[in-house]
Design a protein around this ligand. Sequence first.
Ligand code: HEC
Length: 210
Amino acid sequence: MTDHMTKRIAFGLASLGLAACGTDAVIAQTETRVMTALQASQMEIGGRLSVARFDEEDRLVYPEDVDAWVHVGSNLGLNYNEADFDPDSPGSFGVVTMEPTAYRYFMETGRFADGSMFHLTFHRVVRDLELSPDGFATGAALASEIHLKDSEMFPDGFNFFTFAPTQTAAAAVPLPNDCVACHMANAAYDGVFTQFYPAMNARLAQGAGE
Ligand code: HEC
């Protein structure tokens, strides 16, 4: 068994060890075990996460559980342009989440498994000038983008899929593209902007890939 596989199995067992205590927790405990066993099995198939689903035209299917992904970071007005900041029109909010199995794998190992997915949603900015003249809050979603890591599918190990609000499947952004180029040049770790995701950044400070 390779060291890599041993770590994967150890990770799966660690997930299964999440046992709850107390009699009224029995049902919750059973559900947790079923969930973690399912997630552990998703880790093992072909030695990679198998959470991403594709349709018959090789388009990535928009994940149904995306609202339950793990929040890793948010930005305001990071729209990749150089226009001056205008508080009356601050741009959109960007909210970045990560697929939960992939997040746990990263936190356990300090590296990304193939099949890891990130989700970036741009939200309209809303304000309530009476309640808080200087405040900005999250409005409706405008568009979403998914970052998929896959070293077999993509030459740089990752690529992107962009979705309008009700779109259920999307083809990969054709390569080469500006998305991958900017992420390769500026993202802190393996094409991902971990410098802006505090918990992931802290994990990397303990050592990448350890
Ligand atoms: C000029 C640089 C630049 C370009 C071009 C760019 N991005 Fe990004 N991208 C960023 C930055 C900076 C972040 C961090 C966002 C944050 O902190 O909220 C990011 C984050 C993301 C994330 C969240 C996960 C991650 O990788 O950190 C996704 C998904 C994403 N971008 C998709 C895209 C797509 C799709 C395109 C092309 C249509 C694109 N990006 C083009 C700079 C860029």
